[in-house]
Design a protein around this ligand. Structure first.
Ligand SMILES: [Zn+2]
Length: 685
């Protein structure tokens, strides 16, 4: 008797609307067999391409690679969406198993000598192959990737690289899971009497968080940024602020099984070793070589230009806050857990503006609509809510169409924090755009961690949350508007110091008065934000930028210093962070936005290792790029928007980033617009 196993839904053809995965039919235990099958299939495809006797051609080698591994893409995309946005013990266990397998598989591809020989042969005669510009770019990118992965090294070096890659993948997974574990483990459960200073929205969110964590009728402050930052801003209980703040900055540093410091030391050591094997002096040199910045020195030059000014401005801000403490009769030196509280008070006093007054005007649904309308006015896109089965009831979907009514893609917004979601905000995809096999349309997600309101209450955002929403939606458009043939170049597949341009640029439109006037409407009365309040809100744009710039730039500098170590063996992470900040003369009242033990950009996946400077690098671009619109006197100027679509949002990795920017702007960017935007242009360094 034979028994036929039910087919694995992850590997079946997906027949749901828009080709969505059949989430309801997928169980965690199906991922491992699906990964195994998909990896084996891809490996066989790679072997076939490499073992051909026919001489290499673009079609039989590069295009064949572009067509391979499709099941693995599908399985990985679904898996990593869930692992980030709706994880569980079962998913985490699969993640720990699978990350070294994926690293090993990536080694099998990029360290395949026969395959590399074919690519190198094509690359050597690239000028004579009659390639289109896009094909030439794809070949160039493959060649670079293989060389950077170590394809040209001898066997011994390759074996060592392969082992390093696998270990790094496992350590990265463990790092992220440790941070999530520390976040899940903590909630400050409060009673009604502990809420002094908290406005209604913060109380409602804390009540909902307590309910979700099994404490109905009480209030919970969690380590989600929206929750603890809100508390630090408003709670007049200095003792409780200190408690929350300490828990927040000690994520990944609590001793025991979830402590990340040993993992960091090991990752930094392995990264440095890998860079040396590949012929670079440090990991930062290796990393930056394939970025727009090209060298650590170039990135550092920009950060240095900002750092002195930011510190001077932050010190002036601190003095003003300390004065406020004294005026209130406080007999203590301003501490890090006081900064946000007094900054909010001072902002209220100076601009007659407080977050609690603003927040009712930033309803989640209205801000989503505002982000959509901006895309309509710039790019002619329309968004229609569709009811399709997704992986969590809080996730929502919209069909995106162009001005001619043609389907562009599907956009999924998953906005609320929950215990099963990693912290932070990100864009990801279930399917990327391409034209190699038919006109494949993208499925793009934005995942955020906004506080979920109590049942029946509107979801309210802080102005920062609203900016995050626009930011991630900008990444989303980079995926949705992608217009390339080859998957390798699609959407956000650009260097990480360029990838934040579409997202950070998009934030500017949130502040365009005609968008704010239309969508910033009071949750109860429906009234638009009064002009005077709006003016005051916009006047505060450069308020607190000393703090924000120091908080960020310190992270970027410490990242470059850490990954610029030539001999990082035996690294003491705590001492390194402390000493490096001392060397930088970090103001004592400010803590890095992400301390090393929970710095997921650097260690969870590692996409931003030696690359956290990218946000500021991109900000030079975005500030300068938005000036292109301002110079026309129209924030939606059609000709500028068309160039933006052609060369940035729609262009994926078709061009070198500097060339792409020049094609849009007519020149490379200057730093002045950034300094002006942050209010640092008139501060002496
Ligand atoms: Zn981003």
């Amino acid at each position: 008797m034979t028994k036929t196993a039910a087919p694995n839904p992850l590997l079946a053809g997906w027949t749901a609307a828009f080709g969505l995965p059949p989430f309801a039919a997928i169980a965690p235990q199906q991922f491992r067999p699906a990964f195994d099958a998909a990896i084996a299939a891809h490996r066989a495809e790679i072997e076939t391409i490499a073992a051909q006797t026919a001489p290499p051609t673009f079609a039989n080698t590069i295009e064949a690679l572009e067509l391979s591994g499709r099941d693995l893409d599908k399985v990985s995309n679904v898996f990593f969406v869930l692992a980030g946005a709706d994880t569980s013990d079962a998913i985490e266990a699969v993640e720990r198993e699978v990350s070294p397998l994926l690293a090993r598989h990536s080694n099998a591809l990029y360290l395949n000598r026969a395959l590399y020989a074919r690519i190198a042969a094509l690359y050597a005669k690239r000028a004579t192959l009659g390639l289109t510009p896009e094909q030439a770019r794809v070949l160039d990118r493959y060649h670079t990737r293989f060389v950077r992965a170590g394809a040209a090294l001898d066997q011994k070096a390759q074996d060592r690289l392969a082992a390093i890659n696998e270990t790094l993948a496992s350590l990265g997974t463990q790092f992220g899971q440790n941070v999530l574990a520390d976040e899940k483990a903590y909630a400050l459960i409060l009673e009604e009497g502990d809420l002094a200073g908290l406005p209604d929205f913060a109380r409602a969110a804390a009540r909902a968080a307590a309910e979700e964590r099994g404490h109905p009728g009480k209030y919970a402050i969690t380590l989600a940024r929206s929750s603890c930052e809100g508390f630090l801003q408003f709670s007049s209980r200095r003792d409780l602020r200190e408690k929350v703040f300490q828990a927040w900055i000690r994520r990944g540093e609590n001793g025991g099984a979830t402590d990340n410091r040993a993992l960091i030391a090991e990752m930094v050591r392995l990264r440095a070793e890998r860079a040396k094997l590949l012929g670079f002096e440090t990991f930062a040199d290796y990393r930056l070589d394939d970025q727009m910045a090209k060298t650590p020195a170039a990135a550092r030059k920009l950060l240095d230009e900002v750092w002195g000014r930011a510190r001077a401005k932050a010190k002036a801000e601190r003095d003003a806050l300390q004065k406020l403490v004294a005026e209130e009769g406080g007999n203590f030196a301003l501490a890090p857990w006081d900064w946000r509280y007094y900054a909010e008070k001072l902002r209220k006093a100076r601009y007659d503006l407080d977050e609690a007054e603003i927040k009712p005007y930033f309803q989640l649904d209205k801000m989503v609509a505002a982000a959509f309308e901006t895309a309509t006015r710039l790019f002619g896109l329309t968004f229609t809510a569709v009811d399709v089965p997704l992986y969590h009831p809080d996730a929502r979907a919209w069909e995106v169409k162009d001005a001619q009514g043609k389907h562009v893609g599907l956009f999924i917004g998953d906005y609320f924090a929950r215990a099963s979601k990693h912290s932070g905000a990100w864009m990801t995809s279930l399917r990327d755009q391409e034209k190699l096999i038919g006109d494949t349309r993208p499925i793009i997600l934005n995942v955020c961690n906004f506080s979920k309101p109590a049942t029946g209450e509107p979801a309210l955002l802080s102005f920062d949350d609203a900016r995050t929403l626009f930011h991630e939606f900008g990444h989303g458009l980079h995926g949705l508007l992608s217009n390339v043939t080859y998957p390798l170049l699609a959407g956000t597949a650009v260097p990480s110091d360029f990838v934040e341009l579409p997202s950070q640029l998009y934030e500017h439109w949130l502040e365009v008065p005609e968008i704010l006037q239309k969508y910033a409407r009071h949750a109860r009365t429906g009234e638009p934000m009064p002009k005077a309040l709006l003016d005051r809100l916009l006047a505060t744009r450069t308020y607190g930028q000393g703090f924000a710039t120091v908080e960020y730039t310190a992270c970027a500098l410490v990242d470059l210093d850490l990954h610029g170590l030539k001999e990082p063996a035996g690294l003491d992470v705590t001492a390194f962070e402390r000493d490096d900040l001392a060397r930088l003369d970090m103001p004592a009242e400010i803590v890095m936005r992400h301390r090393l033990p929970h710095f997921q950009h650097l260690f969870s996946g590692g996409g931003y290792a030696a690359g956290y400077y990218s946000y500021m690098w991109s900000e030079v671009l975005d500030a300068d790029a938005f000036e292109a619109f301002e110079e026309t006197g129209n924030a939606f100027d059609p000709a500028t928007a068309q160039r933006l679509r052609d060369f940035i949002y729609g262009a994926g990795n078709l061009r070198d980033p500097a060339e792409a920017y020049k094609a849009f702007r007519g020149r490379l960017p200057a730093v002045d617009a950034l300094l002006k935007k942050r209010g640092l242009n008139d501060v002496a360094a």
